[in-house]
Write a protein that binds this ligand. Structure first.
Ligand SMILES: Cc1cc2nc3c(=O)[nH]c(=O)nc-3n(C[C@H](O)[C@H](O)[C@H](O)COP(=O)(O)O)c2cc1C
Length: 385
């Protein structure tokens, strides 16, 4: 017992040390940012400061012993971020942490087949975080222990899902019951040794914004980082993400704060950092249209520029993702191919026609053939460069 207590104490002091370090880095970054934004009138000084600000931004984030390098995170997206998509993103480069789609604690405890599938991952995906949802403290804690036993690097709790059937038993519904939420956080924290994080919306509605309070409670309970998607449950995905809420959360806690919401380009990520001082950036929907976004972020923060993919790159992208789906005998592969067709064909000349052609295919082989045919049309999509 004594040994366990001293283990917990040394773990806590390591977390405190990491958080202080992260806090110092964030403060220096913010000072730089202010210099760029306001103090310089000399254009040359502004250019130098801009480079200083960009250089190595989001280079890394440590959540205790988990190194996230670079600090660019693929947001969990149900129906999208399965093991194939996660590996696909990881291989394109620039993504430091990936997360599973959310998994029901109840489904896990019932050994539900779908939950097992959601939790399947390959070593190349690491570091990887598994996201749970539920509302019963003990059952969530048991599910978190299972996640630890499965070898995940981080366990995350979903406090954001707006779906009707989820809010009755977790997700953003917990933002309306902070005493229950606190019990859940303490119970999960006590159950696992791996880092524990949360991902939250700003609140239930505009009159019930609770992100700051939740962040403070979470830090007190031993949560080690939190991701904020600053929309309310009532907003769904409409309107804009209110980044100022991320900044308010950041001002309340010492644990790392991950900024999320409406980041589509590297310039958006820079603006997000300037407005919030967040420690890492999380990208969701943009990654399904532009899976190169993470590599673009890395290039931008290293060199100040990034490239847009060519048609040949897009062809390779569609081909390799589809081949992964087929090669791994993914259940419902044809449905996934059709789902991704509308995203992946964005930005391709004649993309709408390709999308329609994929949607009309009857088999996975037919999809692959139609993609090949489209991109090999003479004179239009030269794949030789
Ligand atoms: C199709 C879809 C599924 C999502 N599933 C989850 C989920 O399982 N867990 C979660 O915390 N957030 C989920 N989200 C929210 C995203 O993780 C993210 O917070 C949101 O899309 C805002 O970020 P973005 O503007 O970069 O997309 C989902 C979003 C979408 C569009």
């Amino acid at each position: 017992m004594k040994r366990r207590n001293s283990g917990v104490r040394s773990q806590e002091s390591e977390v405190r040390r990491q958080n202080k370090k992260q806090d110092r880095v964030s403060k220096v970054r913010l000072v730089q940012s202010n210099l760029v934004m306001g103090l310089h009138t000399d254009p040359r000084a502004q250019v130098v400061s801009f480079w200083l600000l960009l250089f190595m931004l989001f280079e890394e984030l440590r959540i205790r012993d988990v190194m996230i390098r670079p600090a660019h995170i693929l947001a969990p997206m149900a129906g999208v971020t399965d093991t194939v998509f996660r590996r696909f993103i990881k291989r394109l480069g620039g993504c430091g942490l990936i997360m599973t789609e959310f998994v029901s604690s109840e489904g896990m405890l019932r050994q539900n087949l779908r939950s097992k599938r959601y939790l399947y991952y390959k070593p190349e995906e690491r570091p990887i975080s598994a996201q749970l949802f539920g509302a019963d403290p003990d059952r969530l804690a048991e599910a978190a222990r299972m996640i630890e036993d499965l070898g995940f690097d981080v366990v995350d709790l979903n406090l954001g899902c707006p779906a009707k059937k989820v809010v009755k038993c977790g997700g953003s519904g917990l933002l309306r019951d902070l005493p229950l939420l606190e019990r859940i956080l303490r119970t999960i924290r006590a159950a696992v040794r791996i880092p524990f994080t949360i991902k939250l919306r700003s609140g239930w509605s505009d009159t019930e914004i609770v992100a700051q309070e939740v962040a403070r409670v979470a830090e007190e309970c031993g949560v080690e980082a939190l991701a904020v998607h600053p929309r309310t449950r009532q907003q769904g995905f409409s309107g804009r993400a209110r980044w100022e809420i991320i900044q308010e959360v950041k001002s309340q806690v010492r644990i790392p704060v991950i900024g999320n919401g409406d980041v589509v380009t590297p310039q958006d990520a820079l603006a997000l950092h300037q407005q919030t001082g967040c420690d890492a950036v999380m990208v969701g929907r943009a990654a399904s249209i532009n899976p190169w976004i993470f590599r673009q972020l890395s290039d931008y923060f290293r060199t100040g520029t990034f490239t847009e993919p060519s048609d040949a790159d897009r062809y390779q992208l569609i081909r390799s993702y589809y081949q992964m789906l087929v090669g791994e005998e993914t259940p419902g592969a044809i449905g996934k191919m059709k789902q991704f067709a509308s995203w992946f064909t964005h930005g391709i000349r004649g993309g709408a026609e390709l999308c329609r052609s994929i949607q009309g295919s009857a088999s996975t082989q037919e999809v692959l053939d139609r993609v090949d045919k489209f991109f090999s049309a003479p004179g239009v999509y030269s794949l030789s460069h």
